[in-house]
Every structure is written in structure tokens, then in C-alpha cells.
Design a protein around this ligand. Structure first.
Ligand SMILES: C[S@@+](CC[C@H](N)C(=O)[O-])C[C@H]1O[C@@H](n2cnc3c(N)ncnc32)[C@H](O)[C@@H]1O
Length: 307
């Protein structure tokens, strides 16, 4: 199964499928490790760890004896993350516990590396979470955030959409941007917060701030046969079968209205972003569908002053 969690109520369950294993090039992570001196890192905190995907990726470039602690607000994810590391025989080095990112249960200056991935996009006050991450970093230690601008993806096209009417393409942008604003207004986080994370690092007093972009694209090409492409195809077909876009229809409506969207416009916008299933399936069957799979994901690093 591509995503055994997808129908659970827990946060981000729709996004903890196999596709998440293909978010990074490990040689790029090794390069980041050299740029940011991961060789000096022994204690790591993964904030909003989910089931542990991010620290599993980072671990490939960390010293073999680095110890990782993960926290997440959702106790179910803590249970699953704990099971995953146990299955890989890593329980002595990877430990998980439930807590909120805004009140981390650790003394000041506890970790060499404090990190998060796609978590600041879900919190009401990302600046407060970054301040807390900075508090628990050691002097000279690293704070590292991997956070996207998701609305950029509404203009990443594919072989079907390239010649679609401009208004139709812009409908998708309108719906996503309005929903992102609504989600933020409801205190559930700004899905494109990546753009402002470097400024928030600066405001938190972090130094030596650098910003990189994830260099991984997820191209999708006939005959769609790699494990990565099969996972993407299954996920998309599953989303279509369950009338799920980026969010469920109910959440999308809730965000749209909170973002200032007009109820009377919602059904048409929803149809424009979810309506292409038949055309997609046909183009998969006749092997004409393709996309380059670009996304805008920032990797932002800063150091706590050495003191
Ligand atoms: C999109 S997932 C990212 C999970 C993980 N970082 C990864 O990249 O695989 C967001 C995670 O943040 C957690 N989360 C959201 N708000 C939180 C908060 N205030 N404190 C702790 N965890 C939080 C959710 O429970 C969820 O597991």
C-alpha cells in the first residue's frame, strides 16, 4: 500500500505515503552535510517529526553515532515513528516523544542541530516555534528548516495542462492562494511560509543564515514504471477516488471562506482543480502524460551565536 495512514484523522496522514521517500537526493543531502559541518553534530532534535521521514533522510549525512530525538504533537505519530526505528534496529539512537513545538520539553542549549521539515507551514506562529528551536540549540549550533512555497506548484504544469485556457489555470492559483490565506487566518499555518523563514531566522537572532533549494524534481514519464512513479500514480489515483485535492473538500471550503472566498464561487473552483480525472487516466493509458515535477522547497540554516 502506498499510504497505510491515508484515511486516519491524524495531522498530515494523507502525506505520509511512499511518495515522501522520494523528496530528496541523498547526494545533495551529503553536500548539505559538508556545507553545514554535520560532522560536528552529535545531538539532533527533529521538531514535528511525524513518523520520522526527515531525520531518516538527514541521518544518511550525520555521524554514525549521532543521537536523534523527535517530537510531535500527535501521539499516534510518535508510536509509528518508534515502531519504524525499532524495525530498522535503530532504537538506541532514535527516540520519539509527544510534545508541542512551541513548548519544547528540553533545557536551553541541548542540541547541536535543531531541525524541522514541513512543520512551520502548519503552525499558527512560526516565529515562536523558531524562537523555541533556537533556545534549545547549543551556542554555535545549527537550526535548519525545510519549508516550501506550495502555491508556486499551482503554476507547475504538465503535458495535459500546458495549453489549457489561462483563466482555468488561474482558477487553480486563485483557489490555492485564497485557501492558504484562510488556513493561516484560522491559525493552521501558511502553506507557503518558506518564503519568509529566512527573515524569521534573522528575527530570532540566528547568524550565518544561508538559503538553499532542494534540488530534487519528481519527473513523471511513460511508462511510469519506477517505484517513485508508481507511488505518485497510486497517490494521485487515490486522491481522485476520494475527491481529495491538497485538502479534503470540506477543509478546502473552510479555508476558502476564511480566506475571503465567496461561497457561490466555490463549487466551480473545486470542479476546476479536481475535474481532470478522465483526461488524466486517458493520457496515462495512451502514454502521453508527462510532467517535470518541479517544486519550490527551501532549506534554511542559521547558527545560534557562539556566546
Ligand atoms: C507535514 S507533517 C511533517 C512531518 C515530518 N517533519 C516529515 O517531514 O515527514 C507535519 C507534522 O507536524 C506536526 N505538528 C503540527 N503542529 C505541531 C505542533 N504545534 N507541535 C508539534 N508538532 C506539530 C504534525 O502532527 C505532523 O506530524
Amino acid at each position: 500500500m502506498t499510504n497505510e495512514f491515508r484515511t486516519l484523522d491524524s495531522h498530515s496522514a494523507e502525506y505520509f505515503g511512499d511518495t515522501r521517500d522520494y523528496w530528496w537526493n541523498l547526494d545533495y543531502i551529503a553536500l548539505i552535510g559538508r556545507r553545514l559541518a554535520f560532522d560536528r553534530v552529535h545531538d539532533v532534535l527533529d521538531v514535528g517529526c511525524g513518523i520520522g521521514h526527515w531525520t531518516e533522510v538527514l541521518a544518511s549525512a550525520l555521524p554514525a553515532d549521532a543521537r536523534v530525538t523527535g517530537i510531535d504533537r500527535d501521539p499516534l505519530w510518535i508510536e509509528k515513528a518508534t515502531e519504524r526505528v525499532a524495525a530498522r534496529g535503530l532504537s538506541d539512537r532514535f527516540q520519539y516523544r509527544a510534545s508541542d513545538a512551541q513548548t519544547l520539553p528540553f533545557p536551553d542549549s541541548s542540541f547541536d542541530l535543531v531541525t524541522c521539515q514541513t512543520v512551520l507551514i502548519h503552525v499558527a506562529d512560526p516565529g515562536a516555534v523558531i524562537a523555541e528551536m533556537t533556545r534549545v540549540a547549543r551556542p554555535g549550533g545549527l537550526v535548519l528548516a525545510s519549508e516550501p512555497n506550495n502555491v508556486a506548484s499551482s503554476l507547475v504544469l504538465n503535458s495535459n495542462a500546458f495549453n489549457d485556457p489561462v483563466e482555468e489555470i488561474l482558477s487553480g492559483v486563485e483557489l490555492q492562494l485564497t485557501c492558504e490565506r484562510g488556513k493561516a487566518a484560522l491559525g493552521e499555518g501558511n502553506n507557503s511560509v518558506g518564503d519568509v523563514v529566512p527573515g524569521l531566522f534573522k528575527a530570532a537572532g540566528l547568524e550565518e543564515i544561508v538559503v538553499y533549494l532542494n534540488d530534487k524534481a519528481n519527473p513523471f514519464l511513460p511508462p511510469y514504471g519506477t517505484p517513485e512513479q508508481r507511488a505518485m500514480l497510486e497517490e494521485r489515483q487515490d486522491f481522485e477516488a476520494r475527491d481529495f485535492w491538497i485538502w479534503s473538500r470540506d477543509d478546502t471550503r473552510r479555508y476558502f471562506l476564511a480566506g475571503g472566498g465567496v461561497e457561490a464561487r466555490f463549487d466551480a473552483l473545486w470542479a476546476s482543480v479536481t475535474g481532470g480525472a478522465e483526461r488524466f487516466e486517458k493520457s496515462i493509458a495512451d502514454r502521453t502524460y508527462s510532467h517535470a515535477g518541479g517544486a519550490l522547497n527551501y532549506l534554511v540554516a542559521g547558527r545560534k551565536a557562539a556566546g
